[in-house]
Each structure stands twice: as C-alpha cells, then as structure tokens.
Design a protein around this ligand. Structure first.
Ligand SMILES: Nc1ncnc2c1ncn2[C@@H]1O[C@H](COP(=O)(O)OP(=O)(O)O)[C@@H](O)[C@H]1O
Ligand SMILES: [Mg+2]
Length: 351
C-alpha cells in the first residue's frame, strides 16, 4: 500500500499561482466577507508602511472553524453534503444570501497580495461573542519545493474573551515562526532561510495601536468579523489599484475597479448589494484616495450619458439638414448621405 503525499508547494499552486492578480484576489476576499454576512468590507492600504489591512464585520470564525475551514485545504462553503463538516453559518437576522464562494480556494488568493499575513477573526454566534483567534502565515514557505505540508507550523493563539492581541503575543508568534524556519535548515538553503527571516522581521506591527488608528470596524469590545493584515505588500499592488495615464484619459477604470464591478454585479445587478466595499489608498504624503467610491462609478455613468445626448442632438441635426435639402432637390442622393452620417454617429456599444 502507498499513500499520496502533499508538497507544501501544492498550496501555492492552488492559491497564488491560480489567481489572475491582486484585484481578483481582493474580489475573492470580498466574496468571503459577503458570505460571512458582513455589512462592510474595507481595505486600508498604507504605501509608506507597505501595509494592507482588509477588515470585514461579518460572523467571523471560532477557533475550531478557523482550523477546520480556513486552515484546511479542500473545504468549501458549497459542500453541503451529509458527510461534510458543518454547514456555513448564516445570520438569521439578515436577508438570506446566496453563497458567492465556489471552489474552496478563494482564501488562498490572499498570498497574491503579500508574502505573509496575520489573520484575526472573532465569531459572533446568535448574540454570543467568541474569543479572538490570531494566526500568522508566511506564504514564502509554501513556494519551497523541498518542503512537505506538515513541515510548516502556523503560530496560532486564542485570546481571552474580550481582550485583544497585544504586540508581545504577536512577537511571540513571530519568534515561533522563526524557530520553525530555523528547524528546517536541513531542507532549505541558507539564502532562503535568511530571506524568510528578513520578511518576518518586516512584520513590525502593533495590533492595538493600529486598531485605534484605523477606527471603524474592530474586533475588540463588541466587534466581530475577520481582519487580514499583510506586510510587506507585493510591489505590483500600486500598479493594479491606480488607473494608469492612458486609462485616465479614456476614463477607463483601473483593474481594481473592473474586478470589483464584477464582484457587485455578479449577483446583485438589479438591487442594492447587501455589502459595501471600500478601498482607501494612503499615499506617501498621507493623502487618502478612495479607489472604489461610488463617485467613480457615477462619474462614468455621467460621461456615458453626455455622449448619448450629444449623439442624439447630432443625429437630429443631420436628419433635419437632409430633409431640407431633400425638399429642394435630388431626393435620393440626399437621403443616402443623411443615412450614412446617421450610421456613423450610431454609437451602438453605449446603448
Ligand atoms: N472573511 C471570512 N469570514 C468568515 N469565514 C471565512 C472568511 N473567509 C473565509 N472563511 C471561511 O473559510 C472557508 C473557505 O473560504 P474559501 O477558500 O474562499 O472557499 P469558499 O468561499 O469557496 O468556501 C469559507 O467557506 C468560510 O467558512
Ligand atoms: Mg470564497
């Protein structure tokens, strides 16, 4: 008898390598927030700190659910089989939401945004708030061909109910991650080890200070939901979220806007989406740009409307010129001219 083994790299192949880019990764994470009955999903990207924080105020995960669902490959919200693990939770106080998740790999797309993530999640079940769960994942380990899945330890903590993750507990988790990397020195090259240790030292983050700084959605006191803290972020992120010069001229959306339009249009094209997504981009000088604000979309709608009105005015003008010329002479040739010009102005794709 033999068994099928799984290399750590399988996880990278299923996640980061499958995803088309950061905007698609974000839309997968937004879908997960939707499925968790969140009202809000918010991204704050701080360019100066190379830090991205994605927060939702959904139902969160208990420690068991986090291990069974988030940390277990092959689980999916769509798997409602009699042999499957528990059904995905629903919020009975809210309108039923059709699940947007599909293949059970969406959560892995977070690795496309940056090489390591701190996950904080706090469940709300009925009216009960559960303890906060914190886990730290360095995805670079999952790109190393010599490692097996169970070579990698994920530091995880359950914090006393009502308390938040302190910097000292987070630092203990990072030390644990560093020890795990060092213990793999017989399987990984020295260069790779020092590269990962450098990444770990870049995760200089104080959860309490940042929670206060951000305001809004929180996991302390009576807050619940799931937060992801990514530091450093992948360098292509800036490119993906800002509309480039040529797209600005033609008023096209950035890749982020396109992916998110897809997210809201997927299931709620006729009605108001039950979740609001925001992306705040803090530039080096501190200025904050709202990358997916409503105004961007209505601005696009307005310009399309203006083109349609202009088209109608021109068509009317051409028609009336054609009619008056027709009255004077040469009826047939004038008609064909009028028609040709009208055709030219017929901007079909805007209809
Ligand atoms: N933001 C979140 N809030 C609560 N649970 C989540 C969240 N993200 C992921 N999960 C849990 O992890 C599971 C796996 O997510 P994912 O890999 O995207 O697969 P799918 O969405 O297809 O189920 C979800 O079914 C859900 O139980
Ligand atoms: Mg999903």
């Amino acid at each position: 008898m033999a068994k099928i083994k799984t290399k750590a790299r399988a996880l990278d192949m299923l996640g980061r390598q499958q995803i088309a880019g950061i905007p698609t990764a974000l839309s997968e994470l937004f879908k997960n927030a939707h499925d968790a009955y969140a009202d809000n999903v918010e991204v704050d990207f701080f360019r100066k700190e190379n830090l991205l924080i994605l927060r939702d105020d959904g139902l969160g995960m208990t420690a068991d659910e986090f291990e069974e669902r988030w940390l277990t490959i092959g689980t999916s919200s769509k798997l409602i089989d009699e042999d499957a693990i528990d059904k995905p939770v629903i919020d009975r106080n809210k309108t039923f939401r059709p699940i947007m998740g599909e293949k059970g790999i969406g959560r892995l797309s977070i690795a496309a945004i940056g090489p390591q993530v701190l996950v904080l999640t706090r469940a709300k079940r009925n009216d009960d708030l559960k303890p906060l769960v914190a886990a730290f994942v360095n995805w670079s380990l999952f790109t190393i061909p010599s490692l097996d899945l169970d070579d990698i330890d994920i530091p995880i903590r359950t914090i006393n109910n009502g308390e938040f993750l302190s910097k000292s507990i987070l630092d203990e988790m990072l030390t644990q991650a560093r020890k795990n990397v060092d213990s793999l020195s017989h399987k990984i090259s020295k260069t790779k080890i020092s590269q990962i240790n450098t990444q770990l030292s870049l995760f200089d983050f104080d959860p309490i200070i940042w929670e206060r700084k951000l305001g809004g959605l929180k996991l302390s006191e009576n807050g619940h939901g799931t937060h992801f803290i990514i530091k450093p972020t992948d360098e292509i992120l800036i490119d993906d979220i800002s509309p480039n010069e040529s797209s600005r001229m033609t008023e096209q959306s950035s890749r982020l806007e396109k992916a998110l339009l897809g997210f809201t249009n997927t299931m709620y094209s006729d009605s108001n989406p039950p979740i609001i997504a925001r992306f705040r981009d803090y530039l080096e000088d501190g200025e904050c740009i709202d990358r997916i604000s409503e105004s961007i979309f209505s601005h696009h709608k307005n310009s399309i409307l203006q083109i349609i009105i202009l088209r109608d005015i021109l068509t009317n003008l051409v028609n009336s010129v054609a009619v008056s010329l027709f009255m004077e002479k040469n009826r047939s040739s004038m008609l064909s001219h009028g028609k040709a010009i009208t055709n030219l102005l017929n901007v079909d794709h805007l209809k």
